[in-house]
Ligand binder design. Sequence first.
Ligand SMILES: [Zn+2]
Length: 283
Amino acid sequence: MKNRRTAVRLCGAVLGLGGLWLAMTQQPPVQDLTVERIADDLHVIVGSGGNVAVLTTDDGAILVDDKFERNVPAILEKVKSLTSKPIRYVLNTHHHGDHSGGNQLLMKDAEIVLHKNARANMVKGSQPGQPRLSFADEFAVNFGGKEVRARHFGAGHTNGDAAVYFPAHKVVHTGDLFVRGTPFIDYGNGGNSEAWLKTIDGILTLDFDTVIPGHGAISKRADLIKWRADFQTVRTRVKEMVQAGKSKDDVARTLKLDDLPGWSLSGLLVKSLPGLYDEVSKR
Ligand SMILES: [Zn+2]
């Protein structure tokens, strides 16, 4: 990074051309996307934004999520390295912009599908790239001799999350219903921790070995089970603190998380904690 900046500065100094200097320094930053292989026809594009699954078929590619809009050129480049066929379908796991931000550019050529609540959240937030198609419980794409199923098991991260299942590979893409680290409970868009745990139980009824989380490393079924247990532990701890009369600030300051790998108070939980406190205070 430092070397590159020095090189650019040198170049600008030597050439002494203001316009060129401007053009060079205004180039978009290098996008650090990499491709990880699960099977010959199933890969994951990791880096900036949510994890993107790419299933290739003889007739075209099916994607799960499409990161931010600015990532689309790099996504297209990575897909091109996997197949000469176009992207025909994109399944959004939910409406957040780091998972659906590429919709606007991709929907010109591809059909994009998501849960109806996720679509409503996009409409509510005046988000660009609102898909033409949405579903209530389950949606399947049978294309190029392969099948992908998106299924809504209930609320969790938001009220419109879908887990996307690749039955032939025994792989599930959970979107942000599973992340390697602290979860964000988006209460403003129907997120709920109690429902979330039930939703994970629903996902676990699927027959899979490999999990593509919304963010973080490709994982195993056991990792999702462990994360669910940790989530339950955190929820129980907050509930017990509420019952012991602790204030929101007390909980934010003293909630014990150091025994749970990947969980941190400073992370998104700070954003989730006020809502979680209110949720477990009810009834
Ligand atoms: Zn999200």
